[in-house]
Design a protein around this ligand. Sequence first.
Ligand code: GTP
Ligand code: MG
Length: 194
Amino acid sequence: MKIVSAEFVKSAYSREHWVNDGRPEIAFLGRSNVGKSSLINSLLLRKGLARTSNTPGRTQSINYFLINESYYFVDLPGYGYARVSKSMRSDWGKMAEQYLSESGELRLCVQLVDARHAPTSLDKQLHEWLVFQDKPYIIAATKADKLSSNQLRKSLSQFDDELPGAKVIAYSSETGKGRDALWAEILGAVERKS
Ligand code: GTP
Ligand code: MG
């Protein structure tokens, strides 16, 4: 995949700031600290484009990146971070849910789960919601570099059981594992007419 250009476009805090120019959108979602921003940077081979941090809950807005001037990567706020107030938590949930249900050009949802752990109840809820809403989606199991190949195999089969029907790609932003496979899914989704 040749990335000619990848640029941060904007952070949107409410609906009127969403991009709305008809270009396809690929959304990245998952719990806080699962590695969404790192995965976006690794797909794009741009180290600091999406901001990463050790402080979970850092990405609080919907962040748009324009790729090759033809489609957007959308970094959604992470869910499930306990140390923010309840009202902030539900604001984030509402913002992400509104985006997922109403964004007209959403072509693929990439749901990130941590390869090292069983899916959390919020991971499962999101997965069920995507299935129920009939959204095109794929699961990326992140931080795969932290597991042995045996552990990874076990973990992937656990995802098959707990997130039924999902296609799961093991991913590492450190090593680039899974990068080609995920790009193939993304490009397929961008080219598919919705
Ligand atoms: P929020 O924006 O807070 O929701 O987090 P995020 O999902 O964007 O996570 P982020 O990319 O900021 O990564 C969180 C932490 O996990 C950082 O310390 C990353 O360096 C680390 N990390 C992310 N992906 C990987 C990976 O594939 N392998 C390893 N070893 N560490 C990773
Ligand atoms: Mg982030």
